[in-house]
Design a protein around this ligand. Structure first.
Ligand SMILES: NC(=O)c1ccc[n+]([C@@H]2O[C@H](COP(=O)([O-])OP(=O)(O)OC[C@H]3O[C@@H](n4cnc5c(N)ncnc54)[C@H](OP(=O)(O)O)[C@@H]3O)[C@@H](O)[C@H]2O)c1
Length: 299
């Protein structure tokens, strides 16, 4: 297939290109900064997002479109950051859909980045794809972000990639939470009983490829390992794998005072998310067990 990827320069995008190229797919990468693409990729076509003619022609040339764009959530949620988080997702998806319409060519499939943030804080409730959306800043953003594609009127297959915390050696959440552990300050946040959904980067990109190539997959899919654990368990296993103590406990009140609402909606919430649709469709996770996953990832 010929695949056009927006946000290809990011953590998931770069790993996805590494998954798709050896499988024989042709890739067109798009960026707000084409020079960045030239540094990262040598075997992809490259398109400058600011050059409309280039983008329209790339759309006309592709069978699949994948959108992995979005400003980072890992900064304090000031008013302007929240606006950026929103525009780079909802506004950007709308922009791509408008460009598709203008190009006169609809791809066979559109895979849209999304997040398990959709579900909000749900304590012990099991969350397959048909669970209702949660409440709060992130659930509202994710619901509206998904809605842009769902209600677009595009006639192609539409897949929503509800991604959990993606584990990789040098990018994403793992280096961030591994740092205090390395410095002997490892431990859990809040009461630690919150379910902590994760997926290894290799399974994340294998699942995106699986969904792209499998015509029967439609709508939201949860990208989360079946080996989900509670946050306390996650930090305990991480500390053991890193041969560090797991004695520290950051109370919820301190975290909230230091980092505000972002913490409440990212670190203290409980989300028992299940990969129901992927498993029913026959997707086999390679990384199902946390201890083994962390050993392989951090070695
Ligand atoms: N990593 C995770 O754990 C995780 C978990 C859940 C959901 N997700 C979602 O999955 C998607 C990809 O995640 P990732 O970890 O690969 O993200 P990432 O490394 O931060 O990359 C995202 C890409 O989005 C583009 N981008 C950044 N700011 C933008 C803006 N203001 N407007 C338009 N584009 C912008 C950038 O591409 P250019 O600079 O090249 O244009 C960047 O390479 C994101 O939407 C993220 O919310 C990720």
């Amino acid at each position: 297939m010929k695949i056009l990827i927006f946000g290809a320069s990011g953590f998931i995008g770069q790993n996805l290109v590494d998954e798709l190229l050896p499988a024989g797919h042709e890739i067109i990468t798009v960026s707000r900064n084409k020079a960045k693409l030239n540094k990262i990729f040598d075997r992809t076509e490259k398109v400058d997002l600011n050059n409309k003619e280039e983008v329209l022609s790339a759309i006309q040339d592709s069978n699949a479109i994948i959108n992995l764009s979005g400003a980072t959530l890992a900064r304090p949620w000031t008013k302007s950051r929240k606006e950026k988080i929103k525009i780079s997702r909802i506004g950007f998806s709308q922009k791509i859909i408008d460009l598709i319409r203008e190009s006169g060519h609809t791809p066979d499939v559109f895979l849209q980045g999304s997040a398990v943030g959709y579900y909000g804080d749900r304590k012990e409730e099991a969350l397959p794809e048909e669970a209702s959306p949660g409440k709060g800043f992130l659930p509202d953003i994710v619901r509206d972000w998904e809605g842009i594609l769902v209600n677009s009127g595009l006639t192609c297959r539409k897949v929503l990639l509800r991604t959990s915390l993606v584990l990789g050696k040098s990018k994403g959440i793992l280096p961030v939470i591994a740092l205090p552990v390395r410095l002997f300050f490892g431990g859990h946040f809040g009461n630690g009983r919150q379910w902590f959904p994760w997926i290894h980067i290799k399974d994340e990109v294998r699942a995106i490829r699986f969904a792209m190539e499998n015509d029967k997959i439609n709508g939201p899919i949860n990208l989360v390992s079946p080996g989900i654990v509670r946050q306390k368990e996650f930090m305990k296993i991480l500390a053991a794998v890193m041969h560090r103590p797991d004695w520290f406990h950051v109370p919820a009140s301190l975290l909230k005072a230091l980092m505000g609402r972002m913490v409440k909606e990212m670190l203290l919430l409980s989300q028992k998310v299940l990969p129901e649709k992927l498993q029913q469709a026959g997707f086999e996770f390679e990384y199902k067990e946390l201890e083994e996953t962390l050993k392989i990832t951090l070695k």
